[in-house]
Design a protein around this ligand. Structure first.
Ligand code: ADP
Ligand code: ASP
Ligand code: MG
Length: 408
């Protein structure tokens, strides 16, 4: 008898019919002789709806209360899925984050899983029950409710699979695997049979929201091999696992895009030690997540710093920078630009192949798309472009690397 962890996302439980479909699928997996633990998300739109209500009452709702509110979305789903299973005659129990023994540390709305105590889940499984666990939530040691960041049910599923030493972990969603690019944007994107943890992590953290990036980190750390596949059909999906030598033959595994980015450029700063620390320090204090950071010496020993962030953070960044820049130099100038997007090409094969950046930049140039900033890591090249061009840019780069074709 195998122990199978299945995760159903918001769309997969997005209506009463879809919930019936999930229950049917779980029942079939169980009837095939397996123990089944499903981790479920809130019904699609529910988490956003709860956030909207909170903001109508208070522009800056307290994170502690937001966590209490948002955790209810997943609790609705577990009860409904368990009820659907009961009506199919399956002995099922809903399990909240606390009951699943998911202990967290860190801040509200960004809880980090610190420990798992699967005692109750084990007891229920020993009694022959099928379990429906609430994704996206945990509790601190002193009982405060935490949520795990948007898309956090993926993390719950991987953590539950690790804690229960599951034989199989399936992420069941509204696409039938991880594609070379979001198939909603690049119509001829190809489903990947497998992808390494590092590539999935880079793609997830650069905008491919098919997996939450922290869940991939967790899977890598605990060696949880998982499969991304459809909740609506039985097509084989994509295995996410440790890299193996054959994987390096492919130069680019996939392409990600991230919209709603903004750039801040600061010029006229004296080129002295400690300046970058002060500038970035004030942004860190304001809890602004920077993405790309490019610094250079311009003229007359003045330095220039550009960085990107989510456009929602632009106002906060300007407010945090103003007093610091006034203190650093009377010549300091700040320019901002919203409406940009980031395109990333990811692949572990980049380590052993040259000319990748040139191919990418030429493809964009040939389409008349201007590149703003560029950043690279060992397995990723990322550029910014005007947001209006991002989809064309993704298609051009996808074509340039022939990602629609099976690799030879
Ligand atoms: P769930 O609600 O099941 O967690 P998500 O909406 O979070 O599902 O993730 C699935 C979506 O991710 C797909 O509908 C697809 O549009 C998007 N996506 C982005 N990049 C990719 C990719 N490279 N491969 C597959 N899907 C992708
Ligand atoms: N319901 C949460 C969200 O919308 C968590 C999840 O769906 O994974 O972000
Ligand atoms: Mg998701």
């Amino acid at each position: 008898m195998a122990l199978i962890v299945q995760k159903y996302g918001g769309t997969s439980v997005g209506s009463i019919d879809r919930i019936r479909n999930v229950a049917g699928r779980m029942a079939r997996t169980r009837d095939a002789g397996n123990q089944v633990v499903a981790v479920v998300s809130a019904m699609s739109g529910v988490t956003d709806g709860l956030i909207k209500m909170a903001k109508e009452l208070n522009e800056e709702p307290a994170d502690r209360e937001l966590d209490v509110l948002l955790a209810t979305g997943e609790q609705q789903s577990i009860a409904l899925v368990a009820m659907a299973l009961h009506s199919l005659g399956v002995d099922a129990a809903s399990v909240t984050g606390r009951q699943a023994g998911i202990y967290t540390t860190g801040s509200h709305t960004r809880g980090r899983i610190s420990n798992m105590d699967p005692t109750l889940m084990r007891k229920f499984l020993d009694e022959g029950k099928t379990l429906v666990v609430a994704g996206f939530q945990g509790v601190t040691l002193d009982g405060m409710v935490h949520t795990l960041g948007r898309g956090g049910s993926d993390l719950t599923a991987i953590a539950v699979a690790a804690a229960l030493k599951a034989d199989v972990c399936q992420i069941l969603t509204d696409v039938d695997g991880v594609y070379t690019c979001d198939p909603r944007i690049v119509k001829n994107a190809r489903k990947l049979p497998e992808i390494s943890y590092d590539e999935m992590l880079e793609m997830a953290s650069s905008g491919s929201k098919v997996m939450q990036s922290r869940s991939v980190e967790f899977a890598k750390k605990f060696g949880v091999i998982f499969e991304v596949r459809s909740s609506l059909n039985d097509n084989p999906g994509t295995l996410v696992l440790e890299e193996h030598p054959n994987m390096e033959n492919v130069v680019i595994r996939g392409i990600s895009i991230e919209r709603s980015q903004a750039r801040v450029t600061i010029s006229g700063i004296p080129d002295h030690p400690g300046m970058s620390g002060k500038i970035l320090g004030c942004l860190a204090e304001a809890e602004i997540n920077l993405d790309m950071i490019v610094s250079n010496i311009s003229s007359e020993d003045r330095s220039k710093h550009s960085f990107t962030m989510h456009s929602n953070d632009l106002g906060k960044a300007q407010a945090a920078l103003k007093p610091v820049l006034a203190e650093l130099s009377k010549d300091a100038k700040i320019e901002t630009e919203a409406g940009i997007a980031k395109l990333s090409a990811v692949g572990i094969g980049m380590r052993s192949h040259s000319g990748v950046a040139a191919t990418m930049f030429k493809a964009l140039g040939d389409k008349g798309i201007n590149i703003g900033m560029i950043s690279t890591s060992e397995i990723k090249i990322a550029v910014t472009v005007d947001e209006i061009h991002i989809e064309d840019a993704a298609r051009a780069v996808h074509d340039a690397f022939g990602l629609d074709k099976e690799p030879v």
